[in-house]
Design a protein around this ligand. Structure first.
Ligand code: HEC
Length: 269
């Protein structure tokens, strides 16, 4: 038993320590539930309203959301604004080039974004915009430094100023933290040539509230993360459902095989 615990600990430890050494801000847990159809329905609605101006989901057909409980008529009425049909792909003709010109970076297609990054990354990213007057869009982002995307959800979330923290690094470790840059520099000078000061966002200061409370906004972002995770692998849910049937089948089959075996061997003994 002790051995087993040691093996499990060894397997988990490297992952846990890796999570702490990341240079960038820690990701928040999105806590999504792919079985929650209402969340997927809300997520796709936010997506067509707030994201599709620039992004597409070009491998997804609108029709996919009939599997999340929407009727074709509901999809037509609530999700399609560009004259597409329910069977069409969620493409966006002007997206790529327009964003590349306007924001210095193309807005990537988001079909597989949740697999490329993760639900937690998307969740933290959408909550991570803060004011930065040095940027052309007026905002920066905690997990995507110098991002080209503007904070498109600011009306819902409000406007957040960053409160910076100054970390003194030496030999790859943070050895001290200060609220004042001057103090951090004094400390770094004391420590010697290897030490350097890094400015990081400590926390946010809400300077103008949005139309949603913090908790409501978290839910909006969680819905978007749920939707993006769903479209990245819509068959995942089906696989899980199928998995249950496969296991049930195996149980029934084992019982039948056992009864058959008993029946056959009865005469041999
Ligand atoms: C005004 C145009 C615009 C809108 C609207 C917009 N984005 Fe973006 N988005 C961009 C651009 C441009 C980038 C690329 C940023 C870069 O590479 O610096 C981007 C990048 C991203 C990324 C990171 C892609 C990567 O590199 O991994 C995600 C995730 C994302 N957007 C999600 C969203 C979501 C969700 C919405 C809707 C709530 C949205 N975006 C709305 C322009 C936009």
């Amino acid at each position: 038993m002790k051995k087993l615990i040691a093996v499990i600990a060894l397997a988990i430890l490297p992952v846990a320590s890796m999570a702490n050494t990341g240079e960038s801000m820690k990701l928040e847990s999105a806590n999504i539930d792919l079985g929650n159809e209402a969340a997927i329905q809300r997520g796709v609605k936010y997506f067509v309203n707030y994201c599709m101006g620039c992004h597409s989901a070009q491998y997804v057909r609108y029709k996919l959301f009939t599997k999340s409980g929407l009727s074709e008529q509901q999809i037509k009425d609530n999700l399609i604004f560009n004259g597409s049909n329910v069977g069409d792909l969620m493409t966006n003709a002007m997206a790529g080039e327009y964003a590349a010109n306007a924001f210095g970076a193309p807005a990537p297609d988001l079909t597989l974004e949740a697999r490329r990054r993760s639900a937690d990354w998307i969740y933290t990213y959408l909550k991570g915009f803060y004011t930065d007057p040095s940027r052309p869009t007026g905002v920066n982002n905690t997990v995507f430094h110098n991002v080209g995307m503007p904070n498109v959800l600011w009306e819902l979330e409000g406007i957040k100023d960053p409160v910076y923290r100054y970390e003194v690094h030496e030999g790859g470790h943070v050895v001290a933290e200060f609220e004042s840059e001057a103090q951090a520099r004094v400390k770094a000078r004391e420590l010697g040539e290897d030490a350097r000061v890094e400015k990081v966002v400590g926390h946010f200061n809400l300077v103008r509230p949005g139309t949603k409370s913090a908790g409501e906004f978290d839910q909006v972002v969680r819905d978007l993360a749920t939707y993006l995770t769903y479209i990245a692998e819509p068959v995942k849910l089906e696989r899980q459902r199928l998995g249950v049937w496969v296991l049930l089948f195996l149980v029934v089959f084992t019982v039948l095989a056992y009864i058959t075996k008993k029946e056959w061997w009865k005469d041999v003994h």
